[in-house]
Design a protein around this ligand. Sequence first.
Ligand SMILES: [Zn+2]
Length: 170
Amino acid sequence: MSWEEMSRRDYPCNCGESTYTEVNEMDDWNRYREHVIINCPTCAEKERVARAAREKKQTEDTARLKELLLEIKPYFEEYYMQNWLDYFVSAKNKKAAWTLAKDIGVEHRSLSSFYQSHKGSSVDDYVRSLAKPYNMLKIIDTLNIKDSSFRNKVEKAIDLNNSVHLFGFY
Ligand SMILES: [Zn+2]
């Protein structure tokens, strides 16, 4: 696999004292890539410092998010999981539970893909599985939970996750 240089252009750098070079390359499969060479020592150093700061923040955010998730999950389990399960008590079968979850806004899958992934599990198992960080604010509102410190933690976790993407959103 070899990359062939297609073009190379110099532009003035940010501080105006030197340049950066944009290099465009293509490989045997007609894939295309571009990279930048900073020729200016001042701008290169600025870029290095900025990258180090971004990486540091990313590491700190990830650590903080993991910490929050370790608090949120057992806390919900201990204080609110029973309320959450009770909320689904009128749902006598999985389809009814799915419909209720859909109404609340904590279920985004179609009925068929829901059946597929919860084959063999009970309504309770399903309701428990919905208590995920990204659903937590809707659950707090639905159950009318007045617990601002818990809510703050959930909001902070969602906020952090927007920058580090530890848990997936639908
Ligand atoms: Zn410069």
